[in-house]
Write a protein that binds this ligand. Structure first.
Ligand code: ZN
Length: 437
């Protein structure tokens, strides 16, 4: 579809993106599909990449559940800086274990591990699906998504009279979703996953490995007295991945000023589990790609360092709006609201990478984009989470600022944001991509 131009169109498109992206592998696949439609060229890490004469243009590369996409303007040279929008493709969930088909008392159940930090209670009593990638013994890969299949059924209140004084869920004992009735010895969840592969006939006996997670199947929805709210799974952090993707596609179709930077979307996997992987922000993927782009522009090692010194990373990840029922959990003076604009995230202990220079750049970008923004800082007794921002800053020495869309219910199966804020994050990202920092 064309680039969404209003907040209403944008939120519908975000909903479509989230629905097409039940796993990180789907999120990069759907991003690649959109980039292909916009005329980007997918590059293979195993092959040579364009030489200086052909390096200007729009490209992307996928590594597992991560994607890096970029636009090199015609005037770019060996010392041109990179303006990087960093985000992540994964969300807190549950991951399918080995020997996944279990069950008892006539129930079929799936064996799952907890992935990251989901709000366990929010996953109860929902129609859930399995989604991810299957890797065959010969190394070929297929995406699979089952549609509604499983549920974590909550215990009836009659059997747990004290539940409203405090629900305690044991991650091993209580988080075994049901997916059918029958004898687990005669069933094979992998056969079901193989059946739901859309693009090929898959023999379950040939599945050598799988990265499969649980995702909610309920469609996203706009609601509220004036349609001001948007409810969806995986807003942390597909709200930012989608903003970066949409902004990059729009940027690629717009003339840029002389001296414009190389615009980069870096969508990492595994942020929710600490980012230490070959497709995570602690790994080398971004540096690997930036070095190859820089090689393509004929940069010497020293010129590459100049380019890195001229670069900026906007690390975009969901943050917290003030919760009206728990105001004491927030800083008394800084109380972000939904639809108040994207957050500038600040933390003295470098859980966020924002510093004064990053804050100043963000203020300038938001003014230039014509959007409001609001500051987030934690209450001193509520340590905040972290993001990919400090990781990329530490790895590459690139100036970094942490920002993101304000949510309630972060890490719920169904999170909540304002309908205006994802569109604004996209607008400021478009401005960022064309602004030498
Ligand atoms: Zn996040």
């Amino acid at each position: 579809m064309p680039t969404p131009s209003t907040a209403a169109e944008h939120i519908q498109d975000l909903g479509a993106y989230v629905s097409a992206s039940p796993s990180s592998f789907h999120a990069v696949h759907e991003a690649a599909r959109r980039l292909d439609t916009a005329g980007f060229t997918g590059l293979d890490e195993l092959q040579p990449w364009p030489e200086p004469a052909a390096a200007a243009g729009k490209f992307y590369v996928i590594r597992d559940g991560a994607l890096i996409a970029w636009v090199v303007p015609a005037g770019a040279g060996p010392t041109t800086g990179f303006n990087i929008l960093g985000a992540h493709t994964d969300s807190p969930s549950f991951k399918l274990k080995p020997k996944p088909t279990t069950g008892k008392f006539g129930w079929l159940q799936a064996g799952v591990e907890v992935y990251g930090g989901p709000l366990l209670n929010s996953w109860l009593d929902r129609e859930l699906q399995l989604a991810g990638r299957l890797v065959m013994r010969d190394g070929t890969q297929h995406l699979t998504a089952t549609g509604p299949l499983l549920r974590f059924p909550q215990l009836a209140i009659h059997l747990d009279r004290a539940v409203n004084e405090g629900l305690a869920l044991d991650k091993q004992q209580h988080m075994n979703p049901v997916f059918g009735l029958g004898d687990p010895a005669g069933e094979d969840l992998l056969g079901l996953l193989a059946d739901r592969v859309a693009d090929a006939e898959v023999d379950p006996a040939q599945i050598g490995g799988y990265d499969v997670v649980i995702a909610d199947t309920q469609a996203p929805a706009v609601f509220g007295a004036r349609g001001e709210f948007f409810a969806s799974g995986r807003l942390d952090n597909l709200s930012a991945t989608h903003a970066g993707l949409t902004a990059l596609v729009a940027h690629a179709g717009t003339p840029v000023p002389d001296g414009a930077p190389i615009a980069v979307l870096a969508a990492f996997d595994h942020e929710e589990v600490g980012s230490a992987s070959r497709s995570g922000a602690c790994g080398p993927i971004l540096e690997d790609v930036l070095v190859r782009i820089s090689d393509g522009l004929g940069a010497s090692a020293s010129q590459r360092r100049q380019a890195f010194a001229a670069s900026f990373c906007v690390s975009a990840d969901a943050g917290h709006a003030v919760h009206p029922n728990y105001p004491e959990r927030h800083d008394p003076a800084n109380r972000p609201v939904l639809n108040g604009g994207p957050l500038l995230k600040i933390n003295a202990n470098q859980r966020y990478a924002t510093d004064a220079a990053g804050a100043a750049l963000w203020a300038r970008l938001c003014t230039d984009a014509g959007i409001p923004y609001q500051e987030f800082v934690s209450n001193n007794v509520m340590p905040c989470g972290s993001t990919i921002g400090p990781l990329t800053a530490t790895r590459l020495g690139i100036r970094t600022v942490d920002v993101g869309v304000a949510l309630l219910s972060m890490h719920s199966a169904r999170e909540l944001c304002g309908v205006e804020d994802p569109h604004r994050l996209t607008a400021v990202t478009r401005t960022f991509f064309r602004t030498a920092a």
